[in-house]
Design a protein around this ligand. Structure first.
Ligand code: F6R
Length: 241
């Protein structure tokens, strides 16, 4: 059973998770972080930026969960751009150590295996930050994702495309496909930290933490992991028994 921590608000969650990340880095300066994008992890990145001071993050490396396929990396809403803007620049991380799956169509056939190899060569992810979609996805593992899946191309559901339309000028600009770490990839990280805020996430959180294990509830994969921490506000926790 995941450890569930109910916090007052997203800011308190950001403080808590940032402290956990900095204590990991204090004991392991070459820690490998797993990064999520979207709105949920932003308070963590903000709290880290506020705390980092003169802590040396020069040996830290990181792997993002996912990327859109076919959106140029230079597009402001590509996850490559988002990770640079929200994480690499404010924290002063070494850009060469920060990885995002390659969503370029020309190389997409080998991009999944390449990413798996890079994670393996880095020694695996120590702490993986996760958000959760309103349809229960983690990474972009939409309902119907195998628990054994590795990094690969997936089709985004209409619900996810409409949830993410807020980042684009119009809903039809949201790409149809993504490349995402698989549930099997995510489960290999040594510690999973899933964050969720607001009542729109309450069903997905309850399904992930207490629901039956099902590939139709991709978040439920966290129940297979021996070290998962779920950090939620009251609203996101409201459907937990
Ligand atoms: C992002 C990701 C997704 C998001 C999820 C929630 O890298 O993997 O699983 O965490 O779509 O998005 P937000 O946080 O914007 O509600």
């Amino acid at each position: 059973m995941a450890e569930v921590v109910i916090v007052e608000n997203s800011r308190a969650a950001g403080d808590l998770v940032a402290d956990a990340i900095l204590s990991l880095i204090a004991s392991k300066p070459d820690a490998v972080l797993g990064l999520a994008t979207g709105s949920t992890p932003l308070p963590v990145y903000e709290a880290l930026a506020a705390r980092v001071g003169d802590i040396d993050l020069g040996k830290v490396s990181a792997f993002a969960l996912d990327e859109y396929v076919g959106l140029p990396a230079s597009h402001p809403e590509s996850y490559t751009s988002v990770i640079n803007r929200e994480v690499v620049e404010p924290l002063g991380l070494v850009p060469e150590r920060i990885h995002v799956p390659n969503g370029a169509t020309e190389t997409i056939r080998s991009a999944g295996a390449d990413y798996e190899r890079a994670i393996h060569e880095a020694g695996g992810v120590d702490l993986q930050i996760l958000g959760i979609g309103s349809d229960g996805h983690i990474g972009f593992n939409e309902p119907g994702s195998s628990f054994a899946s590795l990094t690969r191309v997936k089709t985004l559901t209409e619900r996810t495309r409409s949830d993410n339309a807020r980042f684009f000028d119009s809903p039809d600009q949201v790409p149809m496909h993504c490349i995402t770490q698989g549930l099997g990839t995510i489960l290999r990280a040594r510690h999973l930290v899933l964050l969720a805020f607001g009542e729109g996430k309450a069903d997905a959180v309850a399904a992930a933490v207490e629901g039956p294990l099902s590939s139709m509830l991709p978040g439920s994969a966290i129940q297979l992991h021996p070290h998962t921490t779920v950090v939620v506000d009251e609203a996101a926790a409201s459907k937990l028994r």
